[in-house]
Design a protein. Structure first.
Length: 298
């Protein structure tokens, strides 16, 4: 384990450790405007949701590392405290990167990067037409800490492409194609192939890790992820259910393999439970695992 005190490194050096590990990060593609009507468009990955009621987004441009000067977005917000936060998907990532170039103040990055400005309904800065999700925001609060300028923004109007809306009228994650920032020059492509579901336990109380029998907790086959799934069951199967499951063809085959010395019974059971957990078949996995606890192996 590499242990680092941030005070022992130059700030930009420690920054590389932060961005390489606090990742992937969503990208706020921020359009802003100054009091003269000059538009700026810049991406920031120090960004996330921070509130529900009211709906809040937070992003934080740091001052330029080269000379410590404030970025155009920071200067614009000081004059007009409104922004549009446009989300970035894969088809626009290289244009977004082009907009991050430090063009001279007053240069319109919409023009330089080839994006289409779309008038906003409530705020002054324009939206990025090509973005599949656009949030018009009022800047509620500014916090300056060291070289960081933190903006707390309230969403006052939102726009979503129909391409990412599902049949229920909500965002369908399977239709999205987001990109996210990682360390150095690396990005993540968050499409359907990279996504998976984890059932939220907030509507029930599972038995917990500590209630899992020790022989299962100490398994050489089941990982911490598997044990987390197992601990999320509310009630273990009954003895009657376990005994009945012993008669299924699956269990008959496993016990026959163990009887002929193909492998240890526990290993066979844990292997099968692992496969069932990969399919989110939690109760079936428990019915398999409890065979070694509740059924005579002889």
């Amino acid at each position: 384990m590499l242990t680092i005190d941030p005070k022992d490194l130059e700030a930009r050096a420690f920054y590389s450790y932060m961005t390489g590990t606090v990742a992937p990060r969503p990208i706020a593609f921020v359009s802003s405007i100054d009091s003269q009507g000059n538009v700026n468009l810049s991406p920031f990955s120090f960004f996330n949701i921070m509130g529900i009621n009211p709906p809040l987004l937070v992003f934080a441009p740091n001052n330029r590392g080269r000379d410590g000067s404030k970025k155009d977005t920071t200067l614009n917000i000081a004059e007009v405290p409104e922004v549009v936060i446009n989300m970035v998907d894969y088809k626009m990532v290289h244009q977004m990167s082009l907009a991050s170039v430090e063009f001279p103040r007053g240069i319109n990055e919409f023009i330089k990067s080839g994006f289409t400005p779309e008038p906003s309904l409530v705020v002054a800065p324009p939206r990025v037409k090509e973005s599949p999700a656009q949030f018009e925001c009022k800047v509620l609060e500014v916090r300056e800490i060291g070289t960081m300028n933190l903006y707390i923004c309230q969403i006052v109007m939102a726009h979503f492409s129909e391409d990412i809306i599902g049949e229920n009228g909500r965002i369908d994650q399977r239709k999205t194609d987001w990109v996210a920032r990682m360390g150095a020059d690396w990005y993540a492509h968050v499409n359907q192939a990279a996504m998976f579901e984890v059932e939220k336990p907030n509507t029930k109380i599972g038995i917990g890790y500590d209630a899992i029998p020790e022989s299962i907790r100490l398994s050489k086959i089941l990982t911490g992820n598997h044990l987390g799934q197992l601990g999320n069951i509310e009630v273990l199967p009954t003895q009657e259910e376990v005994v009945a499951f012993r008669q299924t063809p699956l269990m008959q085959d496993i016990f026959e393999q163990a009887m002929h010395g193909c492998a240890y019974l526990d290993n066979l059971l844990h292997d099968e439970a692992q496969r069932l957990l990969a399919k989110n078949k939690l109760k079936e996995a428990w019915l398999v695992l409890l065979q070694s606890q509740n059924v005579d192996k002889s």
